[in-house]
Design a binder for this molecule. Structure first.
Ligand code: GDP
Length: 202
């Protein structure tokens, strides 16, 4: 994928703050520290795109990014320009916090998942080294129960020996009960094109 431009649009707590539905949108979720910022930066080909998602005051909000992209054709030429939007959902860390924070988080995500018409797929990031945790399973089941398309990607897979990656990926897909998991490493930059392809096919 050729990323022509990528920019932060805004942060929002609820539907009133979302940018008007426009380009196909992909939401990214995962436990805190799963490598979500790194994955967004790797997909966007920008070192610091997702930095804004971690500035004080924005970590508990939905953060929206607009990208203009073009697929590379087989001959290496640039395909037609397309717009996509990324929504960076707050990490589940808060979901483990005090009851009220959990409720606020849950309400915010539920409103987004049920009411965002332009949402094409939820990308559930799972720590590929750690494997799927109960909160990951819960998130995937929840999104599926709302009839959302879910793509599961295993981050930090560079931490697993090359020979064990396939097995680890299958194990994670099994834990999440999804047909396929996508391997990903922001550090070694693998899986980036495959995940882009999955997004654009969703
Ligand atoms: P976030 O909290 O989910 O946004 O996670 P970050 O992107 O900030 O990453 C959390 C930690 O994991 C940081 O220390 C990163 O350097 C590390 N990390 C992120 N992606 C990778 C990766 O692909 N491979 C490895 N080995 N470490 C990673």
């Amino acid at each position: 994928m050729i990323v022509l431009s990528a920019e932060f649009i805004k942060s929002a707590a609820d539907a009133k703050g979302w940018p008007p539905a426009g380009p196909p949108e992909f939401a990214f979720c995962g436990r805190s520290n799963v490598g979500k910022s790194s994955a967004l930066n790797a997909l966007a080909g920008r070192k610091q795109l997702a930095r804004v998602s971690r500035t004080p005051g924005r970590t508990r909000l939905l953060n929206f990014f607009d990208l203009r992209v073009a697929e590379k054709t087989r001959s290496g030429a640039r395909g037609p320009e397309q717009e996509v939007r990324f929504a960076d959902l707050p990490g589940y860390g808060f979901a483990a916090g005090p009851r009220e924070e959990r409720d606020v988080w849950k309400k915010m995500i539920e409103e987004y998942l049920t009411r965002r018409e332009s949402l094409r797929a939820l990308v559930a990031l799972v720590d590929g080294d750690l494997g799927a945790q109960p909160s990951d399973v819960e998130m995937v089941r929840w999104a599926e129960s709302l009839e959302k398309r879910v793509l599961c990607a295993a981050t930090k897979l560079d931490k697993i020996a090359r020979s064990g990656r396939r097995q680890q990926l299958d194990k994670i897909a099994g834990q999440l009960a999804v047909p396929k998991g996508y391997e990903f490493s922001a550090k070694e930059h693998f899986g980036v094109e495959e995940l882009w392809h999955a997004l654009m096919s969703a």
